[in-house]
Design a protein around this ligand. Structure first.
Ligand code: 5AD
Ligand code: SF4
Length: 372
């Protein structure tokens, strides 16, 4: 029995596919590279932008052919897209040959569901619930081991679907994280450990007693072992000086930080509900540069947020030039159903968004050249 997993989206999904692989291998499946040879195909989806969703829909559609050839083939669609009720319904209606649609909270039920499908059922599950401690993982990212420290997001940036599909912030217990890392060190196969969360800086605020992210970093670094540590993603409003101090102080922590700014204009930042200003962002960058002189700093930007004017877009360009990021990701704003920004007047045309993103990418290229 063979499985094939297709992963879309962010590192969190890459890691969740490792969990899925762990579940499937426990059931006796082995991995295969070609979907034509698989007995079970899993699509782990992303909902962050429309383009990601369209790609998934097209590719799931193509599986019909394989199902015709092999009626015992089991097709599973999971991940962020399936946690949206409307999309889950569309998936089932449009693609009746899909066997299991399972939301982001329900991975632990996957094994039971596969058994049920073998008895001839088609299943949809998207209940919001607790995040399970799922092990073992089948780690697939070379010498890097991903460690999830929290799930969900409480920020509700007005463009973002994540809080709707991943729910509220839930931190894993510090002891469980430390135990997982002790296991990784003992395996002696991994050089790097990457902590994952949508908003790692607010780690532990929901735990009793509370644990801060900087304390977690300190405790991980105190573990015996030869590894480097890094983390993503940070939110500028929550990145505190004690975290910057830990990065500066701990030899094990990589001198690198991904700090999405999203825009360089205060009116747009406010409309995005980012809860910091351009000035505050620049002050954090100054603090990082002062305490960690050679720190690599990268960022994400969205262009063409509803009502963004040319001048406001230029503020984003000037921020990128001013900070001289080591690298940036620039995205065209994508309207996501259910978010506050999707209901805003003043949506920008695709052509204009395209023009702006190309300008920003050109600036990024010039910066890269200068740095060489
Ligand atoms: N449109 C475009 N980009 C988005 N991002 C999140 N939501 C959207 C959206 N609706 C970007 C942000 C975030 C990155 C992971 O994806 O820049 O930091
Ligand atoms: Fe989305 Fe904002 Fe949460 Fe990041 S912090 S996941 S952009 S809502």
């Amino acid at each position: 029995m063979k499985y094939h997993i297709v992963t879309y989206g962010c590192q969190m999904n890459v890691h969740e596919s490792e969990k899925i692989a762990g579940i499937l291998e426990k059931l006796g499946y082995t991995p295969c590279d070609k979907r034509e040879e698989a007995d079970i195909i899993v699509f782990n989806t992303c909902a962050i932008r429309e383009g990601a969703e369209d790609r998934v829909l097209g590719n799931v559609g193509n599986l019909k052919r394989l199902k015709k050839q092999n009626k015992d083939l089991i097709i599973v669609v999971c991940g962020c897209m399936t946690q949206k009720e409307k999309t889950a319904r569309v998936l089932m209606q449009k693609f009746p040959f899909v066997d299991i649609v399972i939301g982001t909270f329900n991975l632990s039920k996957l094994a039971d569901y596969i058994e049920a499908v073998k008895k001839g059922r088609q299943l949809v599950l998207m209940e919001e619930g607790e995040i399970d401690e799922l092990e073992p993982y089948k780690r697939t990212s070379g010498d890097n081991a991903w460690v999830n420290i929290m799930q969900g997001c409480n920020n509700f940036c007005t463009y973002c679907i994540v809080p709707y599909v991943r729910g509220r912030e839930k931190s894993r217990k510090e002891e469980n994280i430390l135990n997982e890392i002790r296991g990784i060190i003992a395996e002696n196969k991994y050089k790097k450990i990457t902590l994952l969360g949508q908003n790692v800086n607010s780690y532990g605020k929901d735990l009793v007693p509370q644990v801060s992210f900087s304390k977690l970093l300190e405790d991980i670094c105190a573990l015996d072992g030869d590894f480097t540590l890094t983390f993503m993603t940070s939110h500028p409003k929550d990145l505190t000086s004690d975290v910057i101090d830990q990065i500066a102080k701990q030899d094990k922590i990589e001198k690198s930080i991904h700090l999405p700014a999203q825009s360089g204009n205060n009116r747009i930042l406010k409309l995005m509900n980012r809860r910091y200003t351009r000035e505050k962002y620049l002050a954090i960058i100054d603090e990082i540069r002062q305490k960690i002189p050679n720190c690599r700093i990268t960022s994400d930007f969205i262009v063409g947020f509803p009502t963004e004017t040319e001048e406001e877009f230029e503020d984003t360009c000037s921020l990128v030039k001013q900070v001289k990021f080591d690298s940036i990701f620039a995205f065209m704003y994508s309207k996501r159903d259910g978010t506050v920004a999707s209901r805003m007047d003043g949506q920008i045309s695709e052509e204009e968004k395209n023009r702006r993103v190309n300008i920003l990418l050109k600036i990024e290229k010039e910066l890269q050249k200068e740095k060489k």
